[in-house]
Ligand binder design. Structure first.
Ligand SMILES: Cc1cc2nc3c(=O)[nH]c(=O)nc-3n(C[C@H](O)[C@H](O)[C@H](O)COP(=O)(O)OP(=O)(O)OC[C@H]3O[C@@H](n4cnc5c(N)ncnc54)[C@H](O)[C@@H]3O)c2cc1C
Length: 439
């Protein structure tokens, strides 16, 4: 339902503001417990940062960057199951990542049959870009980290003092960038540890979306919620909150809608909360918002008439783009192969053409098979605020956030989930917010 179709006020059990992964998860969980829910989204589609767009040059529908999930992302997989989209993700039974280095044959990060250890530790032990001694040290380092966060180390970089440069450059830098969108010298160690334990150590590998985000998070999620009688309202930006006696009484959209509920779950990004002047911001939330910084992600899409690399995806340690993915949810033009190159924690000062040239040069160095004339399509999309940056400082403030309003919960990838700002963090926060109401 669009906001223009909406008339009148109804009192629901819960009003959820923001229709990204966190808001969808909150709505799914709310209805599964018999709560009456309204979901209000500012844009005309659900999914938030999980959106697809029609590319004006090719006419193809592209996702907002390849989003990786991990086999251990239980809540995300649960949400996909609930909305009937569990098959939209292909999960590796065991971790398997091709590593592409300049002028070398790609090396597979995968456990070898020579060793009895499987999964992520097995892949570390078999990682032939490091010598055996380095690998043993790496395993011990991982084991002591998963046991507990060492004292006096708050960033990943501090923890890696004493580790070899090769180990850091080949493994920890790309891993930290992928998991936390943050450089090792800034990334909070405890959060990386949680991501390793939850995402990698339970077995299984990476998960790839096989459909567009529009199909999954707008169409299927929207259809499921409406079939469960959730009022899904798009095009309704909440811009005012009415409060009395430490409680929210109603929320208002910019275009005149008024919504009332017993509980309110705000799942919108932190900078959007600041744009609602009457939002009840507590002192601890304000302290977090004041220190908050964002990390950018740049997605580069390159099109060729052929496949230029033997694998469908790969990690590119030391290169400007850190990962490449062949866009696999497209089956439109058999003569067009599109690659999505990802630059996490990106510096946004480079021009688009500068970014493309750097990407092409680095791809060439890894042995990609193409000439300049083979590049039939290129596009750069920068996300200056892709995710919040979880440094030790901001993580401490995030953990300390307390809400002074009796019927308000916050959710979203930036809230206190113990995880990096990720799909899993967002979904978990949405589920947790409903648990607070139920309890
Ligand atoms: C390029 C890119 C690559 C990424 N890669 C990965 C990855 O590989 N793996 C991974 O796990 N995560 C990845 N992420 C992060 C992931 O997309 C997010 O963590 C997740 O989608 C956040 O969901 P959310 O619901 O918390 O927030 P959002 O998706 O931002 O949803 C918030 C919603 O609130 C709405 N809203 C805002 N203000 C208002 C208002 N006033 N009233 C009503 N609605 C409002 C917004 O329109 C939005 O739809 C990536 C992000 C980007 C940008």
């Amino acid at each position: 339902m669009s906001i223009s179709d909406y008339q009148g006020i109804e009192v629901d059990d819960v009003v959820i503001i923001g229709g990204g992964a966190a808001g969808i998860a909150a709505a799914v969980k709310a209805v599964s417990h018999g709560l009456k829910a309204t979901l209000i989204e500012a844009r005309h589609h659900l999914g938030g940062r999980l959106f697809s767009f029609k590319d004006r040059y090719t006419g193809l529908e592209l996702n907002n960057g390849e989003h990786l999930i991990l086999a251990g992302y239980e809540k995300t997989l649960d949400l996909l199951k609930q909305i009937g989209e569990v098959d939209a993700v292909e999960i590796q039974p065991e971790i398997e990542i091709p590593f592409y280095l300049p002028d070398r044959t790609p090396v597979l990060f995968k456990s070898s049959t020579y060793f009895p250890i499987k999964g992520f530790p097995g892949a570390l032990l078999s990682f032939s870009l490091l010598n055996f001694n380095q690998r043993l040290k790496l395993i011990n380092r991982l084991r002591s980290l998963t046991a507990k966060v060492p004292k006096n180390c708050s960033t990943v970089g501090e923890w890696l003092k004493g580790a070899g440069k090769e180990e850091i450059d080949l493994l920890w830098k790309p891993l930290t960038l992928a998991a936390m969108n943050c450089d090792i010298d800034e990334a909070d160690l405890g959060i990386l540890r949680n991501a390793l334990i939850e995402g990698f150590m339970k077995g299984g590998g990476l998960g790839f979306f096989k459909k567009t985000f529009r199909e999954i998070f707008h169409n299927s999620a929207g259809f499921y919620l409406q079939s469960k009688k959730v009022k899904v309202i798009t095009g309704g930006r909440i811009n005012a909150v009415e409060c009395s006696s430490n409680k929210i009484d109603a929320v208002y959209t910019a275009n005149g809608g008024k919504f009332r509920g017993d509980y309110y779950i705000f799942t919108i990004p932190p900078e959007q909360l600041l744009k609602i002047p009457s939002f009840p911001i507590s002192g601890s939330l304000n302290a977090f918002l004041q220190r908050l910084e964002y990390s950018a992600i740049v997605n580069v899409y390159l099109g060729f008439h052929k496949q230029i690399l033997p694998d469908d995806f790969g990690c590119l340690p030391g290169s400007y783009p850190q990962w490449f993915f062949r866009v696999r949810y497209l089956n439109a033009d058999p003569n067009l192969t599109i690659y999505n190159l990802v630059i996490s924690s990106a510096d946004l000062r480079l021009s688009e053409s500068g970014i493309i040239v750097k990407c092409l040069l680095d791809l060439k160095k890894t042995g990609a098979d193409f000439d300049e004339k083979d590049v039939v399509y290129s596009r750069v999309i920068a996300h200056p605020r892709a995710t919040v940056k979880l440094t030790p400082d901001t993580e401490k403030l995030r953990r300390a956030i307390i809400i002074d309003c009796a019927n308000l919960s916050l959710a979203g990838d930036w809230t206190n989930t113990g995880l990096p700002a990720s799909i899993e963090g967002a979904v978990r926060s949405g589920y947790d917010a409903v648990d607070v109401i139920l309890n």
